[in-house]
Design a protein around this ligand. Structure first.
Ligand SMILES: [Zn+2]
Length: 287
């Protein structure tokens, strides 16, 4: 059995490492907060001062860790991406309780660092989905030509879209998937004001090409879209995707699997944008 981290009580906001020679002799602290901050820094989740003061930034780092441990199935290990099906199932509290301590200890032992859930898919994986000429490749050390970058959660929808397009003899031409936000994501978690699903890798923009007919915004605006385009859109919606043509500001090329939870969006945004801005490895998906 490994010894429990940071003493035998919970650590939470307001806790402080008191000076060793300070007036409070019965200080429970033996530098536990500093230890915690240092560990969270090693895990790639804490960016502030190692000051022994469990303030708002330390709490946010603990929440960020708890969210990632619970929701993301991959970790960085020795600069590669490894699978790590979540074992942490508790709430996101910002309190370092025995379960959180155990999870931190597990990551430290395995030399894990936190990452997001972006994956790369080469267009050659698809039969009826391709990358359009307007598609802008994301600047990143590990993204190549012909690759779409998307959240791992979206793969099953892309596969389904491909099979549906094949069945309907359509070509789906993708113009955008994951979008990089202007600001660089390196430090703390700051979600954008406008919560685009593209910024977390949960959306694609595409044209539905039916023979010679490009079902573009103009065609939809005139109600001239092809029958098979309608069938394709209906099938995608039935799978649980939103279609931008239903939005108040109609956006017919757009499909997304919306993350509604503000918390989930915030952290997924942080980790997936950071995968790009820090050039973290993005696994290539094949099937
Ligand atoms: Zn879009």
């Amino acid at each position: 059995m490994t010894e429990e981290l940071y003493g035998d009580s919970n650590l939470k906001q307001g806790d402080k490492d008191l000076p060793e020679n300070g007036p409070n002799k019965k200080a429970k602290s033996k530098g536990y907060v500093k230890e915690l901050q240092n560990d969270l820094k090693i895990l790639g989740i804490y960016f502030s001062k190692i000051d022994g003061n469990f303030g708002a930034k330390t709490k946010q780092a603990v929440e960020t860790f708890q969210w990632n441990a619970k929701k993301i199935k991959k970790r960085i290990k020795n600069n590669s991406i490894v699978n790590d099906p979540p074992v942490y199932t508790e709430s996101i509290t910002g309190i370092v309780n025995p379960t959180t301590k155990k999870e931190i200890a597990r990551w430290l032992e395995k030399s894990f660092k936190a990452t997001g859930d972006l994956v790369r898919v080469n267009e050659s994986q698809f039969s009826n989905i391709e990358i359009g000429s307007a598609f802008k490749k994301i600047k990143h050390l590990h993204i190549n030509d012909g690759e779409i970058v998307i959240s791992g959660e979206i793969i099953k929808y892309l596969k389904y879209a491909d099979s549906k397009a094949k069945a309907l003899s359509l070509n789906i031409v993708i113009n955008q998937a994951m979008r990089v936000n202007g600001q660089k994501v390196t430090g703390a978690v700051v979600p954008p004001a406008k919560k685009s699903q593209h910024l977390i890798g949960h959306a694609i923009d595409c044209n539905i090409v039916d023979g010679d007919i490009w079902n573009n915004s103009q065609i939809f605006a005139n109600g001239k879209e092809t029958e098979n385009a309608k069938k394709f859109i209906a099938a995608m919606k039935k799978e649980g995707l939103r279609w931008g043509g239903d939005f108040t500001n109609s956006d017919t090329p757009h499909f997304d699997k919306q993350i509604i939870s503000v918390i989930d969006y915030k952290y997924k945004y942080f980790f997936n944008q950071r995968m790009i801005s820090e050039n973290q490895k993005i696994p290539l998906t094949t099937w």
